[in-house]
Ligand binder design. Structure first.
Ligand SMILES: [Zn+2]
Length: 206
């Protein structure tokens, strides 16, 4: 399956321009099988997104993009986030204890919100965004190198705040899944590949 694992929606991400309906339409137009909503420090869309997902028969997995003291981490499989900013390791442990999974997003983007060298000291990350749609090629390349060295799962995600960006980069997973629990179980198998939108379809990066 192909899934965009990092998207913002305008109800709870004030810097995003589009609503869930438009995101789903854009994702479907590119042939995606599912999307993830990872708003900044909010899981407020969860109930609505679950209901809307059933309504339109399109998988929507709600996680979060949590701004830890060392940088942004996307997580899936938790019901709520810590009430204040905590360090990256504390957040990762919190997610793992609940059976969830964590990804370092845009670790080397030049906005001081990536884990950067902390990638090497934190324990328990599931994977790294090696293709992030709002990040330079050089920073993505560096993320890819760290991901390979650390033997973590490489994922792609658009991090779209604009509709045109939805699905720019996505993640290939071996099996189709339809709900959040199965999505997390699929991730825990440890097999993923980033994929790139190229005019009329996706190219999976090996
Ligand atoms: Zn983001």
């Amino acid at each position: 399956m192909l899934v965009d694992m990092h998207l913002h929606e305008n109800t709870f991400s004030s810097d995003a321009k589009h609503g869930l309906k438009e995101i789903v339409e854009a994702a479907k137009a590119r042939g995606l099988d599912a999307i993830c909503i990872t708003d900044h420090d909010s899981m407020g869309l969860k109930d609505f997104a679950e209901q809307y997902s059933k309504e339109v028969n399109f998988p929507i997995f709600v996680g979060v993009e949590f701004f830890s003291l060392q940088g942004d981490i996307t997580a899936f499989g938790i019901d709520s986030i810590p009430e204040e900013r905590v360090d990256a390791q504390t957040f990762i442990d919190y997610v793992l204890q609940q059976g969830g999974v964590c990804f370092s997003c845009h670790p080397f983007r030049n906005n001081n919100r990536g884990l950067e060298e902390n990638l090497k000291s934190v324990k328990g990350l599931t994977g790294i965004e090696v293709l992030n749609g709002s990040t330079s090629q050089a920073a993505n390349k560096r993320a890819f190198e760290y991901c390979t060295e650390l033997r973590l799962m490489p994922i792609g995600a658009s991090d779209a705040h604009d509709l045109e960006q939805v699905g720019k980069y996505v993640t290939w997973l071996p099996n189709m899944v339809y709900n959040l629990n199965d999505f997390i179980a699929e991730i825990k198998k440890g097999i993923s590949k980033p994929a790139v939108w190229e005019d009329d379809g996706y190219t999976v990066v090996d």
